[in-house]
Design a protein around this ligand. Sequence first.
Ligand code: URA
Ligand code: CA
Length: 433
Amino acid sequence: MRMNDIIEKKRDGQALTKEEINFFIEGYTNNSIPDYQASALLMAIYFQDMNDEERANLTMAMVNSGEQIDLSAIEGVKVDKHSTGGVGDTTTLVLGPLVAACGVPVAKMSGRGLGHTGGTIDKLEAIDGFHVELSSEQFVKQVNEIKVAVIGQSGNLTPADKKLYALRDVTSTVNSIPLIASSIMSKKIAAGAGAIVLDVKTGDGAFMKTTEDARKLAKAMVQIGNSVGRQTMAIISDMSQPLGRAIGNALEVQEAIDTLKGKGPDDLTELCLTLGSQMVVVGEKADTLEEARIMLQKAIDDGSALEIFKQFIKWQGGNEKVVDDTALLPKADFIFEVSAKNAGFVTYMEADEIGTAAMLLGAGRATKESEIDLAVGIMLNKKVGDQVDEGESLATIYANSENVQEVMNKLHENIHIEAERKEAPPLVYEIIT
Ligand code: URA
Ligand code: CA
């Protein structure tokens, strides 16, 4: 087999065979295929697309390029959730204990990552003593006993994706549906997911700016998952404004606890019930989304989800008293209110810019080396559609520095107040099963 022929075939719009895709992925991973040939093929895929079979084959070739996590010692269908990323997305913290309370095993490998706030692990580390350094035996035992555990990233998973993603970044081929879909799905499958639920975000704060693109990506990933034996469902959800009210690590832990107590913000609660229903169905603990939703609501109402959250914290070395006393979370030294300059209605909040404001406070990492300040962040006191009086607080800034002028300005600039009320965009655009 020759790489030139594979490039030519794709350039001319033909479908690649499984053998050709494997040849490319293996060769690129072991450095026998150079970057310039890989770049040419990526650009051909960008323009010519891939059919369903090619996408599934590409995904599994990337899974097979490295190690795979073996979760077979855990009973039941291991369900993983993936969000394409947004601002103040607190869902994972809520969903872990919530679906665990319905009997679905959540064996999550999570990262820290770059972004407006920390990743799931950073957020959990806002709880005193919490750690994610579990041996694989401890990890398996914990999931079997209490149905939920979170472990830090380990192992050489999907090396092909790591190399290809870096190459795509510098060859303007990131934005291709088959390449994004196979990249995301290969990582979930290599991490041991037996079933997958996807939250594809759309809007200003999201990777996919339009619902049309978000729908294409969601359908592509659901198709891949189902065709390789991992039942997959997806939703398309709004990320034009931040999710919930809290943006920042300790603040989001508190928000997750409130939500597990049934007192969380409406949008975050609704999103957790929607995604959670899909997780319970693909985890084979309910036959329909409606039935699953009733189970989840019950787990909130009777306190069982909250109880699992406590046990989860305790098993991983954290102080579970935080659940009853959120004053034990890290606290910022300074609190500032962002007051409305005029009366009216909030018509728009630019998620991305508000996320950047949280990062300026130190809630997220700009580079891999940055230190995160777990205590700082922003609480939104108003959301799109809300009425405001002049001087009323739009948001509260939690800072560890007195100099927050830039953050204050950014929030004023990006929380738009107008005389006419505008409806908030729908939270969930589409459910794909
Ligand atoms: N996220 C990924 O993991 N891969 C992509 O290709 C794009 C976004
Ligand atoms: Ca939030």
